[in-house]
Design a protein around this ligand. Structure first.
Ligand code: ZN
Length: 229
């Protein structure tokens, strides 16, 4: 395993698909790819081949990727989702309902985040057939529970993988130098960001995995609670 991949728990891997940009790969059966793979966030527009290579290096089959769940519509998380939307008949892309129009390319109001993303990563390739996620959804594949965490974007979602105690928090928080709220200028609604962090602090998990930076494995819930306070 090279330094771009890391196993977080049985059937859950972090893959660095750009500098400080994470994607996650989930085995739907909890250990192998017999029942297919789910990807959570797929990085920049140019990250797709790197993600596919990493999946192969993990000993998994990239053609087994079915659902691609997006935490939100920013181009460093959703930039290459279009590639996976067309890679097999089974592939489907999902994003929080309030971010759906952006992913589909129907609403392209420029924000600070989208302008920065276009400069850094080539922007977003629209996915016309993307489908909506709703907070409270339980997904059959991978044992994933969807948690609505608006604020960074209106449709931001986090994903709790209950069987192995991993929370995939996307950009609800950032963990670069330290665990912190995402940079204020990149958030749609800073008050909602704080409320969403409080929701995450109340969940039951051991490992907090984030869109940017390494996972937090010690006192993650307490650290989230103090960020929200
Ligand atoms: Zn973001």
């Amino acid at each position: 395993m090279d330094n771009r991949t890391e196993q977080l728990a049985g059937g859950v891997w972090r893959v660095e698909v750009g500098y400080q940009v994470n994607a996650y790969v989930l085995a739907n059966d909890g250990h192998g790819d017999r029942e297919g793979l789910t990807v959570v966030d797929s990085g920049w527009r140019w990250s797709g081949p790197r993600l596919v290579r990493s999946v192969r290096m993990l000993g998994l089959d990239p053609t087994a990727i079915g659902d691609v769940l997006l935490t939100h519509c920013h181009a460093d998380h959703a930039g290459s989702a279009a590639r996976f939307a067309t890679s097999s008949a089974r592939s489907r892309v999902w994003v929080g309902a309030a971010d759906l129009a952006t992913i589909r390319g129907e609403s392209l109001q420029p924000t600070a985040a989208t302008r920065l993303a276009a400069r850094l990563g080539g922007g977003l390739a629209p996915v016309a057939g993307a489908r909506p996620l709703v907070g409270g959804d339980e997904r059959d594949a991978g044992g994933v529970h969807v948690i609505a965490t608006p604020g960074h974007t209106p449709g931001h979602c986090a994903f709790l993988i209950k069987p192995c105690g991993v929370l995939l928090a996307g950009d609800a928080v950032a963990h670069l130098l330290t665990l912190a709220k995402p940079p204020r200028g990149l958030n749609a609604d800073s008050t909602a960001v704080r409320g969403s962090i409080a929701i995450l602090a109340g969940l039951d998990f051991d490992t907090l995995a984030i869109g940017h930076g390494p996972p937090v494995t010690t006192r993650a819930r307490e650290r989230l609670a103090s960020l929200a306070g």
